[in-house]
Design a protein around this ligand. Structure first.
Ligand SMILES: [Zn+2]
Length: 129
């Protein structure tokens, strides 16, 4: 369905925040929107919460272009540890860090022109001690 919505003309993101005035509603115990202002932020372009850049991206209202074709690829890495006193939790944390480090170092795309649309990682204990 091609419905008009807010999207980012830079990255295609659909998570757009709008500046607004709100007032507290004691009956509902939540904020009510009074009015929506012009300021917008693409939360994808704005970056991580600890380095959030307000008004990032180019939010526009319209029919977003169809998303580009994507391909989903999965890496399965199985490690059998001799823990030597390390807890299973700490070993799970180590493997989780491998995925994060690779993503942060740009190793998911390397020197290729490919772009990462989304990545997730899951670490599971296959055989407990
Ligand atoms: Zn964006």
């Amino acid at each position: 369905m091609n419905q008009q919505t807010w999207y980012c003309a830079d990255c295609g993101g659909r998570e757009i925040h709008h500046d607004a005035a709100v007032k507290w509603n004691p009956a509902n115990q939540e904020y009510d929107v009074v009015t929506v202002h012009d300021g917008t932020t693409c939360t994808t372009c704005a970056g991580a919460p600890d380095n959030f850049k307000p008004y990032a991206g180019s939010p526009v209202f319209g029919i977003p272009p169809e998303p580009a074709d994507t391909v989903k690829v999965q890496l399965a890495l199985t490690v059998e540890y001799t823990p030597n006193g390390c807890s299973t939790e700490s070993l799970v944390e180590l493997l989780s860090g491998v995925a994060s480090s690779a993503a942060m170092a740009g190793q998911l795309t390397g020197e290729s022109p490919a772009e990462v649309a989304e990545w997730t990682s899951t670490v599971a204990v296959l055989q407990a001690q």
